[in-house]
Design a protein around this ligand. Structure first.
Ligand SMILES: Cc1cc2nc3c(=O)[nH]c(=O)nc-3n(C[C@H](O)[C@H](O)[C@H](O)COP(=O)(O)O)c2cc1C
Length: 679
């Protein structure tokens, strides 16, 4: 028994009684507590249901504060996923009951503690006993344990026991104290009737933090109300323990200043903001109802819509591997087709033979003026090939790529040879399914140097490719001007305009049937922009818009995109042949996935680079005289910005903008893997 060992150790130090130990152990509390108050804390009994992220630190905090008695409940066991925030989650405690581990931790601090354990967790049967003789409850229940929390708060109220709840939200902690005299849980959160689970969680969260500070910087796509999971930091759990511990001491010692619900408080050290107030009608107040509606219908629904369905990875017995099993081949093709492609044309096809996946270019998919010598499509094929290469190792497979393996096979771009191996999974692989193009404005916050260095390092395995980054507002302003000029051509060139509008899926049914192209909402043009796109779909309408100057609005929008960014990047390769652009596509994909890895948004701005290739290969005469003049200015300014790029010898793969910002609200779709497989 650990307690006996600790008591024996104390004996060797000449400490044999609880009082002697207390006087030494908590002597530094004196000055903030009187000796009498410290004695009172030792007599107090605190109940903590839940020994996880918040409950665990509540316990340790209060043990060190000198509380002498506890009722503790938890049914769960520690596992690695708890490590980021739960006090007891350590390698030796994996698989062990949280309650047992935390009691050991508490007794190692104060072996004289009086602890009543509830190893089945808090249940309806044990709740009354759990609350009996208790001075205060500190809520350590998981955020998603709604019904048991509600019963606890209501029973505590009827038994005259105050309950403190402190929730870790982002970097912040939001605090509420429910006393028998103050407002009740059901009233405050407005959860009296029957409600769907998600509504209950939402009302709890919004009541906890009525003026939420954390929503602005939290990635809401990581909140899974259905699955009962969400982001949570140790930093915030520690803050919860500090805020709740202060109130616990205030209540036990009868110190002044208690502000029970409907008063609320949220402290956010990240934003250096303290929000406090009083919500007289709880969630029933008009402002809360409006916020609940907004969070549910705008923020959460948008995050839901943009959520990706990631297919299950096939389980593979490598020992039985002789040729690529059908399921594995299909899964790898599914990974491949998540790659980006110009206007989402998906200009690829795949053939599975033996252990090989052959990547073919489909030249019919994109015959646009943009796609000079199929370069945009070749880049897309390179990106798709990289996805296969990245996805294979997670199944215990090695992938070796061969670029243009057989000149006799028309349009064969690459072959990926798959075999059992232990290559190790590249962290970029996890982003294959979530990477996307984001056309919303981003923050202008610059990319930290270490992020810039990391992005460049991610393509070290492709020595032929380089990334050049442009930062700082004056350079971005110059680039915006370049983009403005080049993008004017997009609306003034009939072929380009007609191709682009043919790729827009103006209604949802069309988008879902065809599963290619650009769903209108994905373009993030806003309602006026969408109306403009609909109206100017026929070329005569666009021509008219150009004549009266309205066409330039489109170019202005692109230029504004550059201004609303943290940086711009240019991916280049050493060479101008198809093989070079395949490698370029591979490098581009790695950079794009790395941007996602760093929480950065990205939008390609390829008009300029593809126009340059056309200019180089087909000569200026492939543009109208007016556009030639425009482009001459563009080349001059672009070369002045990217001074380290050899515009004549290197292949410009892609120009893009990037930055921190809100996620997308509408995804593009993909045709099924089966549709991309060649017989
Ligand atoms: C070669 C290439 C050129 C592209 N050019 C542009 C562009 O000029 N502007 C833009 O907004 N998106 C551009 N995109 C992004 C595609 O439209 C996007 O990848 C495609 O619609 C699929 O959507 P997703 O990236 O969100 O998966 C380009 C993508 C590729 C691969």
């Amino acid at each position: 028994m650990k307690r006996d060992e600790h008591l024996a150790t104390l004996k060797t130090l000449g400490i044999s009684g609880a009082t002697t130990y207390r006087e030494a152990a908590f002597s530094r509390n004196i000055g903030l507590f009187s000796p009498g108050e410290q004695d009172r804390l030792a007599e107090a009994r605190v109940a903590i249901p839940g020994m996880g992220g918040v409950g665990g630190v509540h316990l340790i905090n209060l043990v060190r504060t000198g509380i002498g008695r506890f009722n503790l409940a938890d049914f769960d066991q520690f596992e690695p996923v708890n490590v980021n925030r739960q006090f007891g989650a350590k390698v030796p405690s994996f698989g062990r009951p949280k309650l047992e581990v935390m009691i050991e931790e508490a007794l190692s601090i104060n072996p004289f503690l009086d602890i009543t354990p509830y190893p089945a967790g808090l249940t309806a049967d044990t709740m009354e006993a759990f609350l009996t003789g208790v001075d205060v409850v500190l809520d350590g229940l998981d955020f998603f344990q709604f019904e048991i929390r509600r019963s606890l708060f209501n029973m505590a109220r009827s038994m005259g026991v105050p309950v403190i709840t402190a929730g870790p939200l982002g970097f912040s902690s939001a605090l509420l104290v429910f006393t028998p005299q103050g407002m009740g849980f059901d009233d405050y959160f407005d959860v009296g009737g029957e409600l769907p689970e998600e509504q209950k969680y939402l009302r709890f969260a919004m009541g906890l933090a009525p003026r939420p500070t954390h929503i602005g910087y939290m990635d809401l796509s990581r909140v899974d109300l259905k699955g009962g999971k969400g982001p949570s930091l140790n930093i915030a759990c520690q803050l919860c323990a500090s805020l709740a511990g202060t109130e616990a001491v205030r209540i036990i010692l009868g110190k002044p200043g208690l502000k029970p619900a409907p008063s609320f408080m949220q402290f956010d050290p990240f934003l250096q903001i303290l929000r406090k107030g009083r919500l007289a009608r709880g969630n029933r107040s008009l402002s809360q109802r409006a916020k609940l509606w907004y969070v549910q219908n705008v923020l959460i629904n948008a995050a839901d819509k943009a959520r990706v369905r990631i297919p299950d990875q096939p389980v593979l017995s490598v020992s039985q591997f002789d040729s690529l099993p059908q399921g594995v081949g299909t899964y790898l093709v599914q990974a491949a087709i998540q790659a980006p492609s110009g206007d989402n044309a998906q200009p690829w096809q795949f053939r599975l033979t033996g252990n090989d996946i052959h990547v073919f270019l489909n030249p019919q998919a994109d015959m646009s003026f943009f796609n000079i010598r199929q370069t945009a499509s070749i880049i897309a094929c390179g990106a798709a090939m990289e996805n296969i290469r990245l996805a294979a190792p997670a199944m215990g497979l090695d992938a070796a790529t061969q670029i243009l393996p057989d000149a006799a096979q028309e349009n064969l771009m690459a072959t990926v040879h798959i075999q059992p191996g232990d290559q190790g999974v590249d962290p970029l692989a996890q982003h294959i399914w979530t990477r996307c193009t984001n056309r919303r404005p981003y923050s202008k916050r610059p990319l930290p140097d270490w992020v810039q260095a990391d992005l460049k390092a991610r393509i070290r395995n492709i020595p032929e490719a380089q990334l050049h980054l442009l930062t700082g507002s004056s350079k971005l302003r110059k680039l915006a001007k370049v983009i403005y000029l080049a993008d004017r051509i997009r609306t003034e060139h009939q072929g380009l305009h007609e191709h682009f509008t043919s790729m827009i899926r103006f209604n949802v049914q069309e988008a879902q049937q065809r599963r290619d192209g650009l769903p209108l909402k994905n373009l993030e043009a806003g309602l006026p922009g969408e109306a403009f796109l609909r109206l100017t779909k026929p070329w005569p309408a666009m021509r008219l818009a150009n004549r009266i100057g309205l066409g330039r609005m489109v170019a202005l929008h692109s230029a504004q995109g550059i201004l609303a960014s943290g940086a711009a990047g240019m991916v280049v390769v050493d060479g101008l042949e198809a093989k070079d652009f395949l490698l370029g596509g591979q490098a581009l994909q790695r950079i794009w996935l790395a941007l996602e890895h760093h929480g950065l948004q990205m939008q390609p701005m390829t008009a300029v680079t593809l126009f340059w290739l056309r200019w180089q290969w087909e000569g200026p005469a492939s543009f109208s005289e007016k556009h030639q003049k425009l482009l001459e200015r563009v080349w001059q300014d672009l070369k002045g910005l990217f001074v380290n790029v050899d515009f004549e010898k290197q292949g410009l793969v892609m120009l893009f903008r990037t930055g921190y910002g809100p996620g997308i609200r509408h995804r593009t779709l993909r045709r099924g893997a089966g549709d991309s497989l060649m017989k």
